[in-house]
Design a binder for this molecule. Structure first.
Ligand code: CO8
Length: 262
């Protein structure tokens, strides 16, 4: 499927879509135009059966995404700002709720809305030269695309308060120590590492991966009882798939499984 966007470059390799935010002159800042296209792109990637997983990265060698577009933020009012924030939140929620695995390949500045976007992705791999932070308080505002919600979930409340209240930019190694990114690699290894993770995931039953992501996403926002119920239902659903029969039998027959669905 050809993907044609003004603010994104998209290529599909080995069933992985590499979606590159492409506004390098503005450090790939998230303008309204970028966000509109991101929403549409997520729909297209979800519908494309040839795409089993998505890696998001930023064009150029400086930035993943340097935040929401500050020129546009400067034009907001106390009436339009919450409307804009909710719109961004809904689009990032759509990213988080994708059942295909997603990785943010963080290749430089990952700030403000860029960090919030990375946290909406399922996994984060950073290049050693990445700089990550939520500098909104330096501008007299706060994160508005669920950074104050997702960050405590990833690194704990105390660490999140320190990062968000100071607005401090941290290096990739510190982000790794905090649990904000899954891996740190040399810049030239960034895409290889992301592809390696995707390929490891693709060896598994695709429906099981989908239900696992769904259960984790649901469970993070639910009470333990609700999360547990949903997990049990999805666990039950696995037994309606040919893949579960194949996976269980393959183990008992001491052979590799052949999974049909991705
Ligand atoms: N928005 C718009 N333009 C940007 C942004 C941005 N976030 N970041 C960089 N740019 C532009 C610069 O204006 C500059 O453009 P020009 O060449 O036309 O002047 C170009 O990118 C290059 O930037 P610099 O010259 O500043 O490059 P440096 O290498 O000196 O510095 C930095 C790079 C450190 C990344 C610096 O550009 C910077 O500090 N950028 C702003 C980072 C920031 O504060 N981000 C947070 C923004 S607020 C936010 O994201 C809130 C999210 C809330 C979402 C909810 C919505 C309501």
């Amino acid at each position: 499927m050809p993907y044609e966007y003004e603010n994104f470059l998209v290529e599909v390799q080995d069933h992985v879509a590499i979606a590159t935010f492409n506004r390098p002159k503005a450090m790939n800042a998230l303008s309204r135009g970028v966000m509109k296209e991101l929403s549409h792109l997520v729909d297209e990637l979800t519908a494309d059966n040839d795409v089993w997983g998505v890696i998001f990265t930023g064009a150029g060698d400086k930035a993943f995404i340097a935040g929401a577009d500050i020129r546009e933020l400067a034009a907001l009012s106390s009436v339009s700002a919450p409307v804009y924030a909710r719109w961004l939140q809904e689009i990032f929620m759509k990213v988080e709720m994708m059942y295909k695995p997603t990785i943010a390949a963080i290749n430089g500045f990952c700030l403000g809305g860029g960090c919030e976007f990375a946290m909406a992705c399922h996994m984060r791999v950073a290049s050693v030269n990445a700089k990550i932070g939520q500098p909104e308080v330096h501008l007299g505002v706060i994160p508005g695309a669920m950074g104050t919600i997702r960050m405590p979930g990833l690194i704990g409340k105390g660490n999140a308060i320190e990062l968000i209240a100071t607005g401090r930019m941290i290096k990739a190694t510190e982000a790794f120590r905090l649990g904000l990114v899954n891996h740190v690699v040399e810049p030239e290894e960034l895409m290889n590492k992301c592809m390696e993770i995707m390929k490891e995931i693709f060896k598994n039953g695709g429906l099981a991966v989908r239900y696992a992501i769904e259960s984790i996403n649901h469970g993070c926002a639910a009470t333990p009882i609700e999360g547990g119920n949903n997990e049990a239902n999805l666990f039950g659903l696995c037994f309606a798939t040919e893949d579960s029969q194949e996976g269980l039998n393959a183990f008992l027959e001491k052979r590799d499984p052949y999974f049909k669905y991705q």
